[in-house]
Design a protein around this ligand. Structure first.
Ligand code: 2AM
Length: 174
């Protein structure tokens, strides 16, 4: 753990092997066609709420309260590319946010705020980062849609440094 006693945490949807393989196969050519830094397959995920540096003392209550949330299973259709110029982020996401997903993100946001963590300043845009530092982007044909049945989410820790972030899943919620 860093000396500050805090962990850099986020809640996320984590694809299983099958969905991860399908994402990699469907997007490989597009990602390779960019000048960016591809996300290693094992790092592919969709962030729900980014908590940032979180005091160790809060983690137990956070897990306890989030575990009590009802999770209505839903299906995500990954079907469009997006690009954020500032960080050069190329991503894959759904055209629509299923209501249970929006509600889950709202509930987690409320719980983390009640525990004293800062609110996310960015609006929630469901996305899976495929590559970073993409400076040049040719127009993209949308990929063949990938249907992702979701019935769990995770709390993960991100360790910075090195060429890529290293993620550790701390807890599964279903
Ligand atoms: P990104 O993929 O769009 O960069 C771990 O770092 C995860 O948290 C990543 O999915 C990252 O999203 C997201 N993340 C990092 N910093 C963030 C911030 N300040 N606000 C929202 N999400 C953030």
């Amino acid at each position: 753990m860093p000396r500050s006693g805090k962990k850099r945490l986020f809640f996320a949807l984590w694809p299983d092997d099958d969905i991860r393989d399908r994402v990699v196969r469907a997007t490989r050519a597009e990602v390779r066609g960019t000048d960016g830094k591809p996300t290693p397959p094992e790092n592919l995920h969709m962030t729900l709420n980014f908590l940032g540096p979180t005091p160790q003392s809060l983690i137990h209550s956070l897990i306890e309260r989030v575990s009590a949330l009802p999770l209505a299973p839903f299906e995500l259709t990954l079907e469009q590319y997006g690009y954020w110029q500032r960080a050069g982020t190329l991503w894959l996401g759904p055209n629509e946010t299923p209501r249970p997903l929006a509600e889950l993100v709202g509930d987690i946001g409320r719980i983390s705020h009640e525990l004293g963590l800062p609110r996310n300043r960015r609006a929630f845009i469901p996305h899976m980062t495929l590559a970073r530092k993409v400076g040049r982007l040719a127009p993209k044909e949308p990929p063949r849609p990938i249907r992702w049945p979701v019935n769990e989410f995770v709390l993960a820790e991100s360790a910075l440094g090195g060429r890529h972030s290293r993620y550790t899943i701390l807890e599964h919620f279903d």
